[in-house]
Ligand binder design. Sequence first.
Ligand SMILES: *[C@@H]1O[C@H](CO)[C@@H](O)[C@H](O)[C@H]1NC(C)=O
Length: 217
Amino acid sequence: MANQILLLATFLAMTCSLVVAFEPAPLQDFCVADATSSVTRVNGLPCLDSKLATAEHFFFSGLHIPGNTSNPVGGKVTPVNVAQIPGLNTLGISLARIDYAPMGVIPPHTHPRATEILTVLKGKLNVGFVTSNPENKLISKVLKKGDVFVFPVGLVHYQQNLGSGTAISLSSLSSQNPGVNTIANVVFGSNPAISEDVLAKSFQVEQSVIRYLQAKF
Ligand SMILES: *[C@@H]1O[C@H](CO)[C@@H](O)[C@H](O)[C@H]1NC(C)=O
């Protein structure tokens, strides 16, 4: 009897955990985000009356245009998520084009709400992600045109162009609004700043090093 209760409890725990999924299946065909609607927030954005939906709500143009990589890191992301395509609201998917200058990088960052699957369209990329504590194992690979790599949800990852020419990749992400936490910006560029003594002790360096890094972000 006790065994049966345990079995039932285990079964319930397993089935219940399936229900606790993020960006769950939509409850209607679609829910085009209506930016002009009330301030009421669902988990996502309020829906436009579905009778008013048009092709434009599901459309974006311009992903053939290279991003401007003239910046300190030499990498540029062109996002195509619910902010660009309101029809993506509640659908749990989005896209990004990434351009890289020679030796350009997309610095270490996380997507709090999405797994990313990246395809190299042009060039040669060094990519990697790091597993969570305490292992912190770096899993990295050099990719060429046509190669595909996965960055699991929430893990810190980066990309670097290893070629002498420009590189391009295309990423799909498992959220309409993946979010980005670029580690250096979050830690050294927060507004207001995290106090110097917190960062100095955390990174085990002098406060002058922290001030130097904060000035950059
Ligand atoms: C690219 O960005 C740089 C730096 O912001 C700017 O000076 C330059 O005009 C931009 N180039 C194009 C083609 O927009």
